[in-house]
Ligand binder design. Structure first.
Ligand SMILES: *Cc1c(COP(=O)(O)O)cnc(C)c1O
Length: 369
């Protein structure tokens, strides 16, 4: 094939560092995975109503879904207080990140994010021909406010994008740091605040991010997902709440019209109807996170503080080697590939059994000084 066929922005991208599906794991390692802790999934799965709703919806799948996703947007409007015309639904929130970048980025544009970062925040921007400045966290894992301010003052970004609570690091931004960043953001910059782990935030770390965004001059969108706390990663549904209907209307043109399938809509609507189940899953993730953090710390590994369903820790060696050794013991975690965090890995909170299996495997393998 003629290499000129491929756009250079795409040719230069690495393959996405995706988690390994269970059947692929078995095919490759010849053993069953005992603890799948690489993709921040909810080990309890979705609430029972979800499976029921999918079963019912399955009888109607010869029809195209509603391209406007009116029912789900209506439910999300009820749940969030935003009007439906400011809400956009995607085939996972990663779909919305792509649509957003396609809507606003021109080749040569500047995008600012933090590091370590969610890979798609960077790759989606690079695919559009933007250049990306990644600002590392502070050594104490507070958000790098001065670094972000500096990066934005050198060249006004088209987009500022980061997650809080952060994937993969775990900490959440404080309201005063959030205000400081917004204050230093050029008024024309689109602020993308990825809240994929919102549900796991401690009560005292919660604040009204949308209210603060709305009080400032910037265009903005917050992104959320059903993949994590709601346990729906496999069916792919996420949503955004934007500053104005105009941004949603433009993004809808950059998105696949039928990208959100009928089963996903039914599943998300059912998930929203069971807040008790959500609260219970979150509570059990928080307990599991404490157990993982305590176990890792006792074994001598440094952990970043987490407000999520995972823990980011320093393996004390090349993280890919560490993760590979764990795979041979039937444990899947996600080694980080981004400098300067290549000795760090992210472990998702699993069931109590999976968490203990992981801790035992780690203890049997290696003890850092
Ligand atoms: C998991 C995740 C998402 C994407 O989730 P979808 O499954 O595409 O909805 C988005 N942002 C962050 C930071 C994530 O960790």
């Amino acid at each position: 094939m003629n290499p000129d066929l491929i756009r250079p922005e795409i040719a230069a991208l690495p393959t996405y560092n995706a988690g390994l599906a269970l059947d692929r794991f078995r095919a490759h390692y010849g053993i069953d995975c005992q603890a799948k802790l690489d993709s921040n999934e909810n080990p309890a799965g979705p609430c029972p109503g979800v499976v029921e709703a999918i079963r019912e919806e399955a009888t109607g799948i010869s029809r195209y879904p509603d391209a406007g996703n009116a029912d789900l947007r209506g439910d999300l409007a009820d749940a969030t207080g935003a009007s439906p015309d400011r809400i956009i639904v995607g085939n996972g929130s990663e779909d919305l990140i792509g649509a957003l970048f396609r809507t606003v980025l021109r080749p040569g544009d500047h995008v600012v994010t933090i590091c370590p970062s969610f890979g798609l925040h960077e790759f989606g921007a690079l695919a559009c021909g933007a250049h990306v400045t990644k600002v590392p966290f502070e050594a104490d894992w507070s958000f790098p406010i001065d670094g972000l301010i500096h990066a934005m003052s050198k060249e006004a970004p088209r987009v500022l994008i980061f997650s809080s609570p952060s994937n993969p690091a775990g900490p959440a931004i404080s309201p005063s740091d959030f205000d400081a960043v917004l204050k230093a953001t050029p008024p024309e910059t689109l602020v993308v605040f990825d809240e994929a782990y919102l549900e796991y935030l401690d009560a005292d770390a919660r604040f009204d991010a949308m209210g603060r965004l709305a009080a400032g001059p910037n265009p903005w969108i917050v992104l959320r997902t059903f993949s994590k706390a709601y346990g729906l990663a496999g069916i792919r549904v996420g949503y955004g709440i934007a500053c104005a209907p105009e941004l949603v209307a433009q993004m809808m043109k950059a998105r696949n019209p039928f990208g959100v399938n009928a089963l996903a809509v039914a599943a998300a609507r059912a998930a929203l109807r069971d807040p008790d189940y959500l609260a219970q899953s979150v509570q059990s993730a928080i307990e599991g996170r404490a157990a993982l953090t305590a176990g890792l710390t006792q074994t001598g590994f440094a952990c970043a503080p987490s407000q999520t369903n995972f823990v980011f820790f320093d393996t004390g060696q090349t993280a890919t080697d560490f993760a590979e050794a764990l795979r041979h013991k039937g444990v899947l975690i996600k080694p980080w590939l981004e400098e300067p965090y290549t000795s760090w890995a992210r472990v998702t909170v699993g069931t109590a059994r999976e968490n203990q299996y992981f801790l035992d495997a780690v203890a049997s393998m290696h003890c850092p000084a």
